[in-house]
Design a protein around this ligand. Structure first.
Ligand SMILES: [Zn+2]
Length: 110
């Protein structure tokens, strides 16, 4: 990928996945507590809330793994490291080729 439009599309996907991961992380406790409150009140069992918690965790882990394994639009290697040793959404540049995060082919400051 060398076309700046390709970079922009790739960064847009990366940004969306990062924002979704942050939202899932922040909303985990309210979602689980809310679903537990509702299921206890109306169904008299916490089992649906346990299902919500497990699915929420599984999807958060899956999305985190996708972000950690996200491919750099310039070199094609994983942008932030490996699955187990990664800077995740906090990587400021590609750990392989040094491409700055969100760089789309324009000169700095333009
Ligand atoms: Zn790279």
């Amino acid at each position: 990928m060398t076309d700046p439009g390709d970079y922009q599309r790739a960064w847009q996907q990366y940004r969306q996945q990062g924002r979704l991961w942050i939202a899932l992380f922040i909303l985990y406790v309210p979602a689980v507590v809310g679903s537990a409150t509702i299921s206890l009140r109306y169904l008299h069992t916490p089992k649906p809330a346990i299902g919500v918690a497990l699915l929420w965790m599984a999807f958060t882990l899956y999305l985190g793994a996708r972000i950690n394994l996200w491919r750099c639009p310039r070199c094609g290697n994983t942008f932030s490291g490996t699955l187990w040793r990664s800077k995740g959404i906090f990587a400021g540049q590609c750990v392989h080729c040094g491409l700055p995060k969100y760089w789309s082919g324009e000169a700095p400051g333009s």
